[in-house]
Design a protein around this ligand. Structure first.
Ligand SMILES: Cc1ncc(COP(=O)(O)O)c(C=O)c1O
Length: 393
């Protein structure tokens, strides 16, 4: 079927964090919300049908991950990422953010250091700090609107005896990189040499916009398989974040047992009845939708580039190789981050302000979510242009 991504859908009064909470969070009324990484699109029709059928059944007792749930997951990763996963590797968790906290608790001790690459998805930093560990930043480098890793710095930081874990964001939010095999291999070599466990958050793996291919970290080698834990979810791909269902893949049996013990200690067992149904239906029948979605996102990205180049040529566009999030560089304006935030809010738009992704590494930037109908994107870009009109030659 042909999906309609163009018609705006009213999301107010659904408890939407992005729409209903924007006023409370940003302290301003009538904001166009282009922050938070979820999409303003309905999930694939087969997913909606499967959920409706489950709702009609009417009994929502304790639920387990069925053989069919595992099979759908395994088949998806085999087909789309050429990754052979065994069923026993998979642990259900109610999201990747809680999984990351549990992984930190399980595999590091208070006072240990956890490597991460700022600017990065800010809940990583929060999970490290809230658990009494210390973030160890291996900052990404940006050159001509393109980000890369600093391996010399990583080598130095990884040699710190307190460093125990690295949280890798692959593909990377917010800079949109799809890391190459060669880059991932260097991370693997450095981490292996210093006995650092790699937690690879691959939630954005299906949202590749360019022609690069996502490489699951665990597929680099058997050694990487043993020395890594991969966080996956259908929630970004198919817009199911509110159903709180994720899978953590742990090939190494010792690590797996340790993690499963943590899950039990925290009372996490079966999935949400709807989350399990939605994940399975997405992985089994969501292909047609995701193909069309990626086409729509690519044209939204082209629209954004054209608009900003014509109207705000001083904004640097970090073109995402993956994700529906675009990292915009406002440093040429020389405006302080708080002032820029106020200007944007006054113009009626809520973006994710770059400093939340890393005060030093992100404060000259803003992140915009382009997973919305083109008309909303256009309105948002016009608001950004209006905010910067006094500074535009
Ligand atoms: C890199 C990354 N990890 C995890 C999440 C959220 O995962 P979950 O909703 O499963 O906790 C996001 C959401 O934007 C993300 O970008």
């Amino acid at each position: 079927m042909k999906y309609d991504f163009d018609t705006p859908i009213n999301r107010y009064n659904t408890g939407s964090v992005k729409w209903d909470l924007a006023e409370h969070i940003f302290g301003k009324k009538k904001l166009l919300p282009m922050w938070v990484a979820d999409m303003d699109f309905r999930s694939p029709q087969p997913v909606l049908d499967a959920l409706a059928e489950r709702a009609r059944h009417g009994i929502f007792g304790y639920t387990a991950c069925t053989p069919s749930y595992y099979e759908a997951t395994i088949n998806w990763f085999k087909k789309h990422h050429n990754w052979t996963i065994r069923q026993e590797w998979i642990s259900y968790t109610p999201g990747i953010v809680p999984a990351i906290s549990l992984l930190i608790q399980t595999f590091t001790d208070p006072g240990d250091k956890v490597l991460l690459q700022l600017p990065v998805y800010y809940p990583f930093m929060e999970a490290i700090r809230h658990n009494g560990r210390h973030p160890l930043n291996n900052p990404l480098q940006v050159h001509k609107n393109y980000y890369s890793m600093d391996f010399d710095d990583l080598e130095k930081k990884a040699a710190d005896p307190a460093a125990r874990m690295m949280i890798l964001c692959s593909p990377h939010n917010p800079v949109g990189r799809v890391w190459t095999r060669a880059e991932l291999q260097r991370v693997a070599d450095i981490c292996r040499a210093h006995d650092i466990l790699v937690v690879s958050d691959e939630i954005h793996c299906d949202l590749v916009l360019g022609d690069k291919k996502h490489t699951p970290f665990a597929t680099l080698s058997e050694e990487c398989e043993r020395n890594s834990i991969t966080c996956t979810s259908a929630s970004k791909t198919f817009n199911l974040a509110g159903l709180q269902t994720a899978n953590v893949m742990i090939p190494d049996p010792h690590k797996r047992r340790a993690f499963q013990k943590s899950l039990r200690r925290n009372g996490i067992s079966g999935p949400n009845s709807f989350g399990a149904v939605a994940l399975e239906a997405s992985y089994r029948q969501g292909e047609e939708w995701i193909e069309q979605l990626l086409g729509y996102l690519r044209s939204n990205l082209a629209f954004l580039k054209e608009y900003l180049t014509a109207n705000l040529p001083r904004v640097g566009i970090i073109e995402p190789e993956a994700t529906y999030l675009v990292w915009l560089d406002f440093r040429k304006y020389g405006i302080d981050a708080q002032q820029r935030r106020r200007m944007l809010l006054d113009a009626g738009i809520a973006l994710d302000n770059g400093f939340i992704f890393g005060e030093e590494d992100g404060s000259g930037f803003e992140r915009i979510n382009i997973a919305c109908p083109r008309s909303i994107l256009k309105e948002g870009l016009e608001k950004i242009a209006a905010a910067f009109a006094p500074y535009t030659p």
